[in-house]
Design a protein around this ligand. Structure first.
Ligand code: A2P
Length: 340
């Protein structure tokens, strides 16, 4: 990469996604000049490692961004709403992983494999939004299909890992699983019900239309990223007792006819996607295989026999990597290479 060396900050560096962002910057040899780790007051005194160097965590504040070129945020919606404009005012470009800015008309919502060109619009507000994890892993394969066959409708059901909620939820699933196996009382603090050995059809808050905010994020974000408001999308999002890796059943309807064989061939050539589809040998995408790597795994590719132009897919990805940290770092790479 011929990018210039960048002063970069990671806000929310002590969290599940923040930690992975740091790992991605290291793994991908991001051209770092200076790096800064930001978190809440609670983390003062903590140090985090970057390229074998111990770096003290600083408290996120209005003045954290002087001299910083790019800040990648994963500290939750509140801190993003409050501090991203401060960063932008200091000339820093924010890549924000929260939902705070995603639907702002002046903020591009970017998945590099789909709409890298939208990055150029960062100049409007100094902020680029990273989409929701479930949306990212769905739009990469369906974008390839949309370009060739024009998707008219999507029905998606998700099976989402607890790591998407954050570090405390990872601990809650671990604690509950151990407690139940030991025959002890199981407590819940993060979710409204027990998550171990259970499925919760409830991610983020319920809205007036009866859908959850997570479900409506998938509807609105998909249309914004694909720049097509005519695509009809309906979603059911479910939290399942899996630590890492979201899975999705995706049913699509297309204008032009596409067979499962054609879709498989197309996805075999799609950047960021790995086709894992040999059911006779019990080979299909699984969360445990998606976890820890960046490809979006697609399998169970079938003709939908209930309609004339329909396809069913099963899609899994690491929600912390491609669903969050990797996508944000890929955006930062493009910024560093083409815009700064
Ligand atoms: P801290 O560890 O100091 O609480 P997760 O999504 O895994 O729960 O992580 C959330 C991340 O966002 C953590 O790094 C957390 O820092 C940070 N964070 C949460 N609230 C704030 C805040 N008000 N100001 C700065 N950082 C915050």
């Amino acid at each position: 990469m011929s990018a210039k060396k960048v002063n970069i900050a990671v806000a929310g560096a002590t969290g599940a996604v923040g930690n992975q962002m740091i790992a991605c910057l290291e793994e991908r040899n991001f051209p770092v000049n200076q790096i800064k780790f930001l978190a809440s007051h609670r983390s003062l005194g903590r140090e985090l490692k970057f390229n074998n160097e111990q770096i003290a965590v600083e408290e996120l504040g209005e003045d954290s961004f002087k001299g910083i070129d790019i800040a990648i945020f994963s500290a939750g919606g509140g801190p993003s709403k409050k501090f991203a404009p401060c960063a932008a005012a200091d000339g820093c470009v924010v890549v924000d992983n929260s939902s705070a800015w995603r639907m702002d008309a002046e903020v591009p919502l970017v998945v590099p494999e789909v709409n890298a060109g939208a990055i150029a619009r960062y100049t409007q507000k100094g902020i680029i939004a990273n989409p929701n994890c479930s949306t990212i892993q769905m739009v990469v394969p369906i974008w390839a299909i949309h370009q060739r066959y024009k998707i008219t409708r999507i029905v998606v059901s998700t099976y989402q890992a607890v790591s998407g909620t954050g570090q405390k939820a990872i601990e809650e699933l671990d604690n509950q699983t151990r407690a139940i196996i030991a025959g002890e009382k199981c407590e819940h603090n993060v979710y409204p019900h027990q998550i171990a050995f259970n499925c919760l059809p409830h991610i983020d808050v319920f809205l007036e239309n009866g859908y959850t905010k997570e479900e409506m994020k998938m509807v609105h974000e998909t249309r914004k990223i694909m720049e097509d408001d005519t695509i009809r999308v309906t979603a059911t999002t479910v939290r399942v007792p899996v630590f890492y890796g979201h899975s999705e059943s995706v049913n699509i309807e297309t204008q032009e006819h596409a067979s499962a064989v054609e879709i498989k061939a197309l996805l075999n050539e799609t950047d960021g996607v790995r086709v894992v589809d040999d059911p006779v040998a019990d080979i299909y995408p699984m969360a445990i295989d998606a976890a820890g790597q960046d490809d979006i795994l697609v399998g169970r590719i079938r003709d939908d026999e209930s309609i004339s132009n329909g396809i069913n897919l099963w899609v899994t990805a690491d929600n912390i990597r491609k669903g969050a940290a990797t996508n944000a770092v890929q955006i930062a790479e493009r910024l560093a290479k083409d815009y700064l």
